[in-house]
Design a protein around this ligand. Structure first.
Ligand SMILES: O=C(O)CCC(=O)C(=O)O
Ligand SMILES: [Fe+2]
Length: 342
């Protein structure tokens, strides 16, 4: 519990040894404030109802074939709700240590928990410069009772946000259906059965060149939707790390491993990470859409042709976790996806 950065890092003069990355794994000098990537399009979802729909779907497919990330605005989630989320979690993390203590857990399997680092502060090799709150969200009525009631509007705000983000996720997944040429709703059932919400808080760090908020990874799930307040998220593109511009009230949409597999490589899982800074707290609100554990993951049959052979083996989604968790703790190859390449 005392390990939570939000309880001690304000007074830290230097980075404790268990947060320091080995020299060859640290962010390269100059990378910490890398310029933002201009190739990440900002798609105005209100334009989709108009004549440009096909053009927009093609643009989304193209960028996600290249590197797997775009941003959306006018997406239908109210700005007020997005602000409420950011404010709620600022208040949550600023609560006295004893108020947070009852939510803290090192049990990775809990549906709701407050924790620090990547998965488990004790087992992780090197700790990450962040605290997080994890929620399992779908169906909401099964989980909302296990969430905090302090700050007072916690359940109301996080509940409303989860429902809105589910709607937005399904709309975006339908755009991929159009782009891939499969029937609308293809992802709407088993393939998006699980919804998680992580709120990460990255406090200022005395020396950002020694640590990561999150080191380089792809996400294990299907689709990630991310709200961020300030700079810190970076994407690996054409051999270099570049920033993902914080645009007020936009969502960053990240293609994840399962979407790369299902689309037979037509959509690429984005390699991304988070760097820290010396002066301001960064907060991100991250929605993860995942298949049910029993779902069979494999490329859509119609996308496998003589000229585009099957790129990935088929497997049950629950098998992915052990491989992915091991990869997060001890990155070996480029990504956990390698294990399923044919
Ligand atoms: O905080 C962020 O911007 C990204 C976090 C992230 O990559 C993750 O939770 O998988
Ligand atoms: Fe991620």
């Amino acid at each position: 519990m005392s390990t939570l950065l939000s309880n001690w890092s304000t007074n830290a003069q230097s980075v404790p040894a268990n947060y320091v990355f080995p020299q060859d794994k640290r962010p390269a000098a100059g990378d910490i404030a890398a310029p933002v990537c201009k190739d990440i399009p900002v798609i105005d979802l209100s334009q989709l109802e108009g004549l440009d729909r096909d053009k927009i779907v093609k643009q989304i497919m193209k960028v996600n074939q290249d590197f797997g990330m775009f941003q959306v605005i006018n997406h239908g989630v109210s700005e007020e709700l997005m602000d409420d989320m950011m404010n709620l979690f600022k208040e949550f993390f600023n609560m006295p240590a004893e108020d947070k203590a009852m939510y803290y857990s090192e049990d990775e399997n809990k549906g709701f928990r407050l924790y620090t680092g990547t998965l488990n502060y004790v087992k992780d090799r090197i700790n990450k410069w962040k605290d997080s709150v994890k929620h399992t969200c779908h169906p909401l009525e099964d989980y909302i009772q296990s969430w905090p009631q302090k700050p007072a509007r916690y359940r109301e705000v996080v509940g409303a946000y989860s429902l809105e983000l589910r709607k937005l996720s399904l709309r975006i997944l339908d755009l991929f259906c159009e782009g891939l040429g499969v029937e609308l709703g293809y992802f709407a059932d088993e393939l998006s059965k699980q919804q998680g919400l992580l709120v990460h808080r990255y406090p200022p760090c005395p020396d950002p060149s020694l640590v990561f908020g999150v080191d380089g990874h792809t996400d294990s799930n299907l689709l990630t939707l991310l709200q961020q307040d300030i700079y810190g998220l970076q994407i690996f593109k054409d051999g270099q790390w570049l920033g993902v511009e914080p645009i007020p009230h936009a969502f960053v949409i990240i293609i994840c491993d399962q979407l790369e597999i299902i689309s037979n490589g037509k959509l690429k899982s984005a390699l991304h990470r988070v760097v820290t800074n010396t002066s301001v707290v960064r907060t991100s609100v991250v929605t993860f859409i995942s298949p049910s554990l029993e779902s069979i993951m494999e490329p859509i049959k119609d996308l496998v042709t003589a000229s585009e052979p099957q790129l990935f083996k088929s497997f049950r989604f629950k098998e992915y976790f052990d491989i992915y968790t091991a990869y997060l703790r001890e990155p070996k190859g480029p990504t956990a996806l390698e294990a399923y390449k044919l």
